[in-house]
Design a protein. Structure first.
Length: 183
């Protein structure tokens, strides 16, 4: 798997490749926007499920990542309306909510998979996951404890000193009496 990822990343698309990709994307966007619209889409689960299938088939054929914007364009509403239906802020038929939720999960899974397999740039994948799907980075918290489940009691300061030397270039004098590292 690593070999495929490295090989794919080293192949920089040519100018003609980028032009072809942009042209295909534009054709797909036009095709999505030309799908039939329904005023009563919030009550018609079959219409929304059919729109989801059309959008997914277009994305697969062209090589686009499915997005909530594409489904919103296919139905003829704003992305925020789709999000509100998914969260239950706008009343809709349960079949519609189910189709929208299923599509949203497909979009999220596809974005994560494309970032993992290298088909999109990792930074781009991280940005998409944070901005579109609520992913966030949280600082990692390390708690130093002095008790083992079935062992002897250790000095927290000694544990903190070993940890500081192994993980961080902190000095032993930076470790406080409570076993914490004084940054």
């Amino acid at each position: 798997m690593e070999g495929n990822r490295d090989r794919r990343r080293k192949q920089t698309p040519t100018r003609d490749d980028r032009k072809a990709m942009i042209a295909a994307t534009m054709r797909a966007m036009k095709e999505v926007s030309e799908l039939p619209k329904s005023v009563g889409w919030k009550t018609d689960g079959d219409y929304v499920a059919e729109a989801v299938e059309h959008v997914l088939s277009i994305c697969e054929r062209v090589g686009l990542l499915p997005t909530v914007n594409l489904l919103a364009s296919a139905i003829g509403v704003a992305k925020d309306v789709i999000e509100d239906v998914r969260h239950g802020f706008i009343a809709a038929n349960p079949d519609v909510v189910s189709a929208v939720t299923g599509y949203y999960q497909i979009c999220e899974n596809t974005a994560v998979q494309s970032a993992l397999d290298g088909s999109t740039n990792n930074i781009t994948g991280i940005f998409i996951m944070k901005s579109q799907y609520g992913y966030k980075e949280e600082p990692r918290e390390v708690v130093v404890t002095h008790n083992k489940l079935l062992g002897e009691r250790k000095d927290p300061k000694a544990i903190a000193e070993r940890y500081a030397q192994a993980v961080i270039d902190a000095k032993p004098e930076d470790v406080t009496e409570a076993g914490e590292i004084d940054w």
